[in-house]
Design a binder for this molecule. Structure first.
Ligand code: NOJ
Length: 515
């Protein structure tokens, strides 16, 4: 029998081997934020109201600490200061989002707000002057409220308004912005916003998520084709989309658990990735089948999932130059009827899977986020296998990690939890690149700085920089993780022994996965 000591030695050896991997020469590093979470200035300079302004003001109790993004990190007033911090960090790119309501207060192009154009011009120019590429997301959860009043993403007309908005962005910023993403995290936008109570506008229609999903996919594809038609030749940029990929593992090796995990991956990720990145397009088969079956059982005349027409399937298929992903954590799945597991945290109606967290894994300040680094590598491999169509445009699509990070309560500048998380997850990503041939070209840490964490308000902090939200000047202070990230960018590898000056040494991770 192998002794525990031998096992530990083996783990440590294999672990230390991994850390030798370096980041490929053309691999890019960045940090990420989103407009509502950092900008503040919610009604300044002619900005219109969005669904988060509306929800936090009319229903403050929907936010854990009853806070809002009225001021947030005040990034609207801190372009120069923030860009200097980014420069100091050494990042290649900054992922931020544009507030639709700051550009188009009513959501429509009848009035283009000059101050909105000015603000983003200044930000983009300041970044470029400091050699930092802007990577811009057009929609990060913050739909203009007037469009919500027309039904929001339940209304297919929103797809046209989004295309018009994208046109304004390409026209005004496309000479300098070369990396665009249309939507951030469609699954939460639709499932948690239109079939749940976790994100604005908190509509709870059983078919809401699916209706929203159709609008969002069509909106994305329209913005992509518009770029091809009018801008690609002259601006030479790229259009992607950002999907969140929670990773779902089978709880045991049984076939039923394997099937449950696969269903969960398809419902969560395939829902929006399959129509764009698969050879055949359209929603994943398993999703179509399960929703149709559940709808029939309920006596509905047709499936709750609105079908995509052949024309829509073709419009959406292949409509991205790269795949942005946000990855944080892993869940373990069994079929719903499995007894004794209890209702898991992750469960989409219609999906025959009940997914629970590993209660023994290290946690965070977010109830849904446990430290399970291996899930990152598995997600990247799944993407590579799933969308591997040698004769198609998408043969092992280029993936850019656009969010990865962990929350704490923000009390510590010596944020070892974050340092260890980042080192462990980046190590898994390096294995995926070097050992598995996954096509990953960049990584953005979430987040540049502590910010408004949606319905959790300011109770969960993901930043490399801490922000003092009690001080009107919103001063930023680098945490240990900022220095460690800077060192990773400089050394182009993970250095487990690096401790920045003035910080206490971290104990190092538990190596839980390896043991
Ligand atoms: C994903 C979202 O895109 C981002 O806005 C959020 O803050 C992080 N996850 C952390 O929950």
């Amino acid at each position: 029998m192998i002794s525990l000591a031998a096992l530990i030695l083996f783990s440590l050896t294999s672990f230390s081997n991994c850390k030798e991997y370096t980041f490929p020469d053309n691999f890019k590093f960045g940090v990420a934020t989103s407009a509502y979470q950092v900008e503040g200035a919610w009604n300044v300079g002619g900005k219109g109201e969005n669904i988060w302004d509306y929800m936090t003001h009319t229903n403050p109790s929907s936010i854990l600490d009853k806070s809002n993004g009225d001021i947030a990190c005040d990034s609207y007033n801190k372009i120069k200061e923030d860009v200097q911090l980014l420069k100091n960090l050494g990042v290649d790119f900054y992922r931020f989002s544009i507030s639709w309501s700051r550009i188009l207060p009513s959501g429509k192009t009848e009035y283009i707000n000059p101050d909105g154009i000015r603000y983003y011009n200044e930000l983009i120019d300041e970044l470029l002057a400091n050699n930092i590429e802007p990577l811009v997301t057009m929609h990060h959860f913050d739909l203009p409220q007037p469009l919500e009043e027309e039904g929001g993403f339940l209304n297919l007309a929103i797809a046209d308004y989004f295309e018009d908005y994208a046109d304004v962005l390409y026209k005004n910023f496309g000479d300098r912005v070369k990396e665009w993403t249309t939507f951030n995290e469609p699954t939460p936008v639709c499932f948690l916003g239109y079939s749940g109570e976790f994100l604005a506008p908190m509509i709870t229609r059983k078919d809401g998520g699916y209706l929203c999903g159709r609008t969002l996919l069509i909106a994305h594809a329209k913005a992509y084709h518009l770029y091809n038609k009018r801008y690609r030749a002259s601006q030479k940029g790229r259009i992607g989309i950002v999907h969140n990929i929670f990773w779902f593992e089978p709880r045991t090796n049984s076939i039923k658990d394997l099937q449950a995990a696969e269903a969960a991956n398809e419902f969560n990720f395939g829902w929006f990735a399959n129509p764009i990145f698969s050879k055949e397009g359209d929603y994943p088969q398993i999703m179509k089948g399960s929703i149709e079956y559940a709808s029939k059982q309920e006596g509905l005349p047709k499936s709750r999932l609105p079908e995509l027409t052949q024309e829509e399937i073709e419009l959406i298929k292949g409509s991205a130059d790269f795949l942005g992903i946000n990855h944080y954590t892993t869940f373990y799945c069994s079929p719903i009827e499995e007894e004794g597991i209890g209702k898991g945290l992750f469960y989409l109606p219609d999906m025959d899977a009940n997914c629970v967290m590993d209660e023994k894994a290290d946690g965070s300040a977010s109830f849904w986020l446990k430290v399970i680094p291996s899930g990152f590598r598995n997600s990247l491999n799944w993407i590579k296998e799933q969308y591997n169509n040698p004769e198609e445009q998408y043969n092992n699509p280029e993936v850019i990690i656009l969010e990865n990070g962990i929350s704490d309560d923000g009390n510590l500048l010596n944020d070892c939890l974050r340092v260890n998380y980042n080192n462990l997850y980046l190590t898994e990503m390096l294995k995926a690149i070097h050992e598995d041939g996954c096509n990953v070209s960049g990584y953005a840490a979430w987040s540049f700085m502590d910010n408004f964490e949606w319905t959790s308000g300011y109770t969960q902090k993901f930043g490399l920089y801490s922000v003092d939200f009690d001080d009107p000047a919103r001063p930023r202070t680098p945490k240990m993780s900022a220095f460690v990230f800077k060192n990773i960018i400089q050394e182009r590898k993970i250095n487990w022994t690096y401790t920045p000056e003035g910080f206490g040494k971290c104990d190092g991770p538990k190596l839980k996965d390896e043991l």
